[in-house]
Design a protein. Structure first.
Length: 364
């Protein structure tokens, strides 16, 4: 029993802060579920960057998703101050009793001071000194050199205040919504795709050093097609990702369905939820597939699969055994944006993993 456990029964509203990228935000979704399960009366809000809002929108445990604008930094000072003031007024009006900051972002500390919740939780940050420590009532410890999945690290914030999640309460939660579901049903009907009849391949990441080469991806597509699988390609609507997909398609002998740059995040979730297998690199779409319950083949290079691997679904991780330097966390070998531990992964290993999961996948 935690001696300074928080009495959730005495709390009315909670704010959970996760100011990171899309995948990071999705991996925080179990925190909301566990809080709601332990305190059904509690109104739970989220604070995230505006471009990651869709990761938590429609989460059944969340009352309101507040956002910080990514573009605020580049705005003129008066406009930025006005936006910050509006956000602070909205947050203060909610009257939070509990604040949980899941990252080391300094905003968590000054929100704890400004909003003055009865309880406030954040990760230990020794280098931040006394100001950080004195901003919170509870600090939870990071795993240090031990390798622990990010989902569990997020849940450690709850363990620190006496809330222990059950094994069946740690699933990722992502709700596409009726509009996205209908859009994908119509798109699939027009393409002649039945549910569980295709492999969803998302080869790109916003980070180039996490991407597998186009020629190897194309060879995988051809292997899957030769085995009788239909492949649907997706990518974000950014030129580097679209360029990678174009290169893959140019190198393929097999026909593919290309939806790259055409789907919203919610539609991507609805699509991957209907696939019988997802194949991709360490990226937000890989976590989205896991949240939707789709089996995953994930290719890992410099990032760590123990911390960032597919969560809660049947999966296979393909990573190099010939590079003892991984996971190094670098943006490519020597910072050169190309990761040999990833680019040298053989097509045969990836196909074998896909074939193994496909053999066990339900058919449409």
């Amino acid at each position: 029993m935690v001696p300074d456990a928080v009495d959730l029964g005495a709390a009315r509203r909670a704010l959970v802060v996760k100011l990171r990228h899309h995948g990071d935000v999705l991996l925080a979704s179990p925190v909301f579920s566990v809080l709601r399960a332990r305190a059904p009366h509690l109104e739970i809000d989220a604070l995230v960057y505006d471009d990651t809002r869709e990761m938590l929108a429609l989460h059944p445990a969340i009352a309101t998703v507040h956002t910080v604008g990514r573009a605020w930094r580049a705005a003129p000072l008066p406009a930025r101050l006005a936006a910050e003031a509006r956000l602070l007024r909205a947050l203060r009006a909610r009257g939070y009793d509990l604040l949980i900051s899941l990252t080391e972002h300094p905003r968590g500390a000054w929100l704890a001071r400004f909003l003055r919740p009865r309880w406030s939780v954040a990760p230990e940050q020794a280098h931040r000194g006394r100001l950080w420590r004195s901003s919170f009532t509870h600090l939870f410890r990071r795993p240090g050199h031990a390798r622990r999945h990010v989902v569990e690290v997020n849940l450690d914030a709850l363990r620190r205040i006496g809330v222990y999640p059950g094994a069946d309460e740690r699933a990722l939660v992502l709700v596409p919504g009726d509009e996205a579901e209908a859009a994908i049903r119509n798109r699939m009907s027009a393409l002649g795709l039945a549910e569980r009849s295709f492999v969803h391949l998302h080869p790109a990441s916003r980070w180039r050093f996490k991407c597998w080469p186009a020629d190897r991806t194309a060879a995988l597509v051809d292997r899957l097609a030769a085995a009788g699988e239909r492949v649907v390609l997706t990518a974000a609507p950014s030129e580097p990702e679209l360029e990678l997909v174009r290169a893959i398609r140019a190198a393929c002998r097999a026909e593919t369905i290309d939806l790259s740059g055409q789907l919203t995040l919610k539609q991507l979730a609805a699509l991957t939820g209907r696939a019988k297998l997802f194949v991709g690199v360490d990226s937000a779409p890989m976590h989205i597939a896991a949240a939707m319950g789709t089996p995953v083949v994930a290719l890992f290079g410099p990032s760590g699969e123990l911390e960032w691997g597919p969560w809660g679904v049947p999966h296979r991780v393909i990573a190099s055994d010939a590079h003892p330097c991984r996971p190094c966390g670098n943006d490519g070998c020597g910072g050169g944006k190309v990761s040999e531990c990833l680019t040298t992964l053989p097509v045969e290993r990836v196909f074998a993993a896909a074939y193994e999961l496909l053999a066990a996948a339900p058919r449409g």
